[in-house]
Design a protein around this ligand. Structure first.
Ligand SMILES: Cc1cc2nc3c(=O)[nH]c(=O)nc-3n(C[C@H](O)[C@H](O)[C@H](O)COP(=O)(O)OP(=O)(O)OC[C@H]3O[C@@H](n4cnc5c(N)ncnc54)[C@H](O)[C@@H]3O)c2cc1C
Ligand code: FES
Length: 282
C-alpha cells in the first residue's frame, strides 16, 4: 500500500487557470525570488487550502506556465508563496514580475506530505538549494503543530552563503530551542562562520537516529542520491524516507503523460513519494 495518501488535485477546476495578482516579491538569492500572490476572486482565496508539499502551476498569460511547490504554510491565509529559481524561459519572465502584476494560477495540485501519519514521530528535514521551497512549507506547518511531533532536525545546504534562501526564517529557526537547525555551504567562504561541507556528509556526521524518525529530503538529484546512501547507512528503511520529485509537467492532472516516473505520474501520484513507493523507479 502507498505510504502517501493519494488525495492530489484539489483545485476545483484544475485545468482552468484562475487570475491572481502578485502582492510582494522577495529577492532571496541572485537566482531565486519568492512571489506572494492572491487570487483575484476573494471567494477562491477564502476557500483555498492545501497540504505542505502540494504544487501549483503559475503562469503569465501569453508567456507560459511552470510548476512550483507552494513555499508558504497552510496556516498563511492572506497569500500563497512560490519561490522560483530562474532557469529558463518562463522562470525568467516570472523574475521580471513586480507587485501588482497579473499571473494565472492552477493550484493546489498533487499530493502533499502525509503529515497526519507522522504525528508522534521525529522529523529529519534535508533540503538543498531551491529544494528547500516545499520543505519551508512543511517546516512551518510542523512548527504550527509543534506538539504533535517529536525531535525536529533540519539540514539546509547551498553552494555559497549567497545561495541560501529564507534569511529571516533561518535566523528564527536557528534561535529556536525546540528544533535543531543547521545551514551548511559546500566549502569555506570568507565571512561565513557556519558549517561547511556538502549536505549529505554534514547530515550523516550529525548521526540522526533512525528510530521512530521520518526523513524528508528535497534538492538536486546528485544531493538526493548521496543523502539516500547516507540515510541507508544511518539505518533508515525505505518507508521512512520521503522526497518530492520534479519532472516536466504540462497538464498537471494525469492526462498528458509527460511527467511519468516508471508507472507513476508525478502530478497526480506525487510529487511527494516515499522511497518504498518508488522502489527502483527513482
Ligand atoms: C513538482 C515540481 C515542483 C517544482 N518546484 C519548484 C519550485 O518550488 N521552485 C522552482 O524554482 N522550480 C520548481 N520546479 C522546477 C520548475 O518547474 C522549472 O524550473 C521550470 O518549469 C522551468 O521553466 P522554464 O521555462 O523557465 O525553463 P525552460 O526554458 O523550459 O528550461 C530551462 C532549463 O531547465 C530545465 N527544466 C525545465 N523544467 C524542469 C523541471 N521540471 N525540472 C528540472 N529541470 C527543468 C530544462 O531542461 C532546461 O535545462 C518544480 C518542478 C516540478 C515538476
Ligand atoms: S503533467 Fe500531464 S500527466 Fe502529469
Amino acid at each position: 500500500m502507498s505510504t502517501v495518501p493519494r488525495k492530489g488535485i484539489k483545485a476545483t477546476k484544475p485545468l482552468v487557470p484562475e487570475p491572481a495578482t502578485i502582492i510582494d516579491v522577495i529577492v532571496e538569492t541572485p537566482s531565486i525570488r519568492s512571489f506572494r500572490l492572491v487570487f483575484d476572486d476573494p471567494g477562491i482565496m477564502k476557500e483555498f487550502s492545501f497540504a505542505p508539499g502540494q504544487i501549483g502551476l503559475m503562469g503569465i498569460p501569453g508567456v507560459g506556465e511552470s510548476t512550483f511547490a507552494i513555499s508558504s504554510p497552510p496556516s498563511r491565509r492572506d497569500y500563497i508563496q512560490f519561490s522560483v529559481m530562474k532557469t529558463g524561459f518562463v522562470t525568467s519572465a516570472i523574475h521580471e514580475l513586480k507587485a501588482g502584476d497579473a499571473v494565472a494560477l492552477r493550484a493546489p495540485l498533487g499530493c502533499g506530505f502525509p503529515v497526519d501519519n507522522w504525528k508522534g514521530k521525529n522529523i529529519l528535514i534535508a533540503g538543498g538549494g531551491i529544494g528547500m521551497a516545499p520543505l519551508r512549507s512543511l517546516l512551518l506547518y510542523i512548527l504550527d503543530h509543534r506538539h504533535q511531533f517529536g525531535d525536529i532536525s533540519v539540514f539546509y545546504g547551498a553552494r555559497t552563503p549567497a545561495d541560501l534562501c529564507f534569511v529571516g526564517d533561518r535566523a528564527h529557526w536557528e534561535e529556536r530551542e525546540d528544533i535543531a537547525f543547521i545551514a551548511t555551504i559546500d566549502s569555506g567562504q570568507p565571512g561565513w562562520d557556519g558549517r561547511t561541507g556538502v549536505l549529505p556528509r554534514v547530515m550523516e556526521a550529525g548521526r540522526p537516529p533512525a528510530e521512530n524518525t521520518v526523513a524528508v529530503i528535497c534538492g538536486p538529484p546528485v544531493m538526493i542520491g548521496y543523502a539516500l546512501a547516507a540515510l541507508a547507512r544511518l539505518g533508515f528503511a525505505e518507508g521512512q524516507i520521503f522526497t518530492t520529485l520534479e519532472r516536466k509537467m504540462k497538464c498537471g492532472i494525469g492526462l498528458c503523460g509527460r511527467c511519468n516516473v516508471g508507472s507513476k505520474y508525478v502530478c497526480t501520484d506525487g510529487p511527494v513519494f516515499s522511497l518504498a513507493d518508488l522502489g527502483n523507479e527513482i
